[in-house]
Design a protein around this ligand. Structure first.
Ligand SMILES: Cc1cc2nc3c(=O)[nH]c(=O)nc-3n(C[C@H](O)[C@H](O)[C@H](O)COP(=O)(O)OP(=O)(O)OC[C@H]3O[C@@H](n4cnc5c(N)ncnc54)[C@H](O)[C@@H]3O)c2cc1C
Length: 431
């Protein structure tokens, strides 16, 4: 009997986890990655003799699917856990934002607002239970709880950093889930050897179980007549079943007419990200995460890796990521890398006057067009199914993880679920 052949499209964490699971179960699997490296949004670049993540990443203790996967790969004990802290810059002033006394001294809010802020934040998870937060606008929920002024002054710019102007419309369920994953003073983990160690271990597991991993293998066209037909430059690959991990707008562009007619009609906007990495000769603030609000910067947050990963992965330097989530069609997204690096360096120096230009060893800029699908109200019922009806094509994308937060953990959980999903016999396109 010939073994079933499954193609996995995309070599980010979702595709890697799916291919790993399939190969381990004895399925013949081929992973197709369009770029020259695996890891997707968790991928890395060479810096001196090291490999550094293009985008900041950390593991949370509640990341059960990811931690189980790391266990299978023998890497769970190689996650280094640290207690990390949060800062906040508002109107150019720096504030620690971790404890009750930090909050009581948090001058952007009036004294009675600080007390209300603390009480509501403590109760927020509980206040959200038994409410239909999927059908509640974040703005409506938070304005009601925190008050108009706190929403406008702090919460809208703070949380809006991820979704831009659309944040108020996003279901409050997203925020509620996120609060369950992250807190201000949080224990965070970072894998020894960086995310590259995890990616390499997944590749070794897939290949060790007889799977094939192909780089520089961009899928240009997908059809679903008689199995799955994948067109690559100069060749056609067929499979009995396929798992696509590509963002839905990208998949739509690759689908032939028959598949396009069968794809779910869910058209979400996606936020992209522009991200600058500063290699500094001295530490910045000691806070892992610092939102930056109304402070004359184009970036709206900083992540300092030193408190989490130390300086060893960065050849003794202190690595700081500055990020701005933005639309892939924005002028910022298209901007020249050198100009952006120069301007953001000046903004970082203005924000941290004790930092001198000579402290900035190097700056790199990376961007990604499809990072966060922006869910509409009532998305729980409108999420696309993981099987494209009547075809052997499965979808495992960041648009499928809601209400979970997009993360390596939710992608691994999704991959586990999708590879275990049966696909029915092919059916004609619905009328
Ligand atoms: C700035 C930033 C910070 C983040 N921080 C964290 C964090 O701290 N912790 C955490 O867990 N998560 C974090 N994430 C989220 C996490 O990186 C993503 O949720 C996750 O990587 C998504 O994985 P994926 O495999 O679904 O998609 P992707 O990583 O996007 O992978 C898709 C893959 O498909 C490939 N591809 C595209 N087109 C084709 C084609 N035609 N043919 C073949 N291959 C193709 C791409 O090259 C890519 O490798 C962060 C993301 C960003 C951007």
């Amino acid at each position: 009997m010939t073994r079933e052949h499954v193609a996995v499209v995309g070599g980010g964490i979702c595709g890697l986890a799916a291919a790993h699971r399939l190969a381990r179960s004895g399925t013949r699997v081929t992973l197709l990655e369009g770029g020259d490296q695996l890891g997707g949004l968790g991928t890395f670049f060479p810096w001196r003799d090291r490999w550094v993540e293009r985008f900041y990443h950390c593991v949370m203790p509640s990341d059960e699917h990811l931690l189980d996967l790391l266990g299978e790969l023998g890497l769970r004990e190689r996650v280094r856990w640290r207690r990390t802290r949060m800062g906040m810059v508002v109107d150019g002033r720096h504030h620690p934002f971790n404890t009750a006394s930090d909050l009581l001294r948090f001058t952007p809010l009036r004294p009675h607002e600080r007390v209300r802020f603390g009480a509501v934040t403590l109760l927020l998870r509980r206040l959200g239970r038994n409410r239909d937060l999927d059908a509640t606008r974040t703005e409506d929920w938070l304005r009601g709880l925190y008050g108009d002024r706190v929403w406008e002054l702090l919460l809208a710019p703070l949380f809006g950093a991820k979704f831009g102007a659309r944040f108020g419309d996003v279901p409050a369920l997203y925020l509620w889930q996120r609060l369950g994953r992250e807190g201000a003073v949080a224990t965070r983990g970072y894998p020894e050897g960086g995310y590259r160690a995890v990616i390499d271990a997944l590749r070794a597991s897939i290949e060790g179980n007889g799977g094939v991993v192909r780089l520089n293998a961009p899928v240009r066209r997908i059809g679903v007549a008689d199995g799955v037909r994948l067109e690559l430059p100069g060749e056609v690959l067929t499979a009995d079943r396929a798992v696509s991990t590509l963002p839905l707008p990208q998949l739509r562009q690759l689908a032939d007419d028959d598949l396009a007619a069968r794809l779910p009609d869910v058209r979400l906007p996606y936020q992209g990200v522009v991200n600058a990495l500063f290699f500094l000769r001295r530490p910045l603030s000691g806070h892992y995460w610092t939102p930056v609000v109304r402070s004359g910067t184009e970036f709206d947050g900083l992540v300092e890796m030193t408190p989490l990963a130390g300086v060893e992965p960065y050849d003794g330097m202190h690595l700081v990521y500055a990020m701005r989530y933005t639309d892939r069609d924005s002028a910022l997204f298209a901007e020249d890398e050198a100009a952006l690096a120069e301007r953001w360096t000046a903004q970082l120096l203005a924000l941290h006057p004790r930092l001198a230009r000579a402290d900035v060893e190097d700056v790199r800029v990376f961007r990604a067009p499809f990072v966060e699908p922006v869910p509409p109200l009532g998305y729980l019922a409108r999420r696309p199914p993981v099987v494209v009806a009547g075809t052997p094509l499965l979808l495992a994308t960041t648009a499928h993880v809601y209400p979970e937060v997009t993360s390596w953990n939710s992608s691994v959980g999704l991959a586990n679920r999708v590879v275990a999903t049966p696909v029915g016999a092919p059916r004609p396109v619905p009328g």
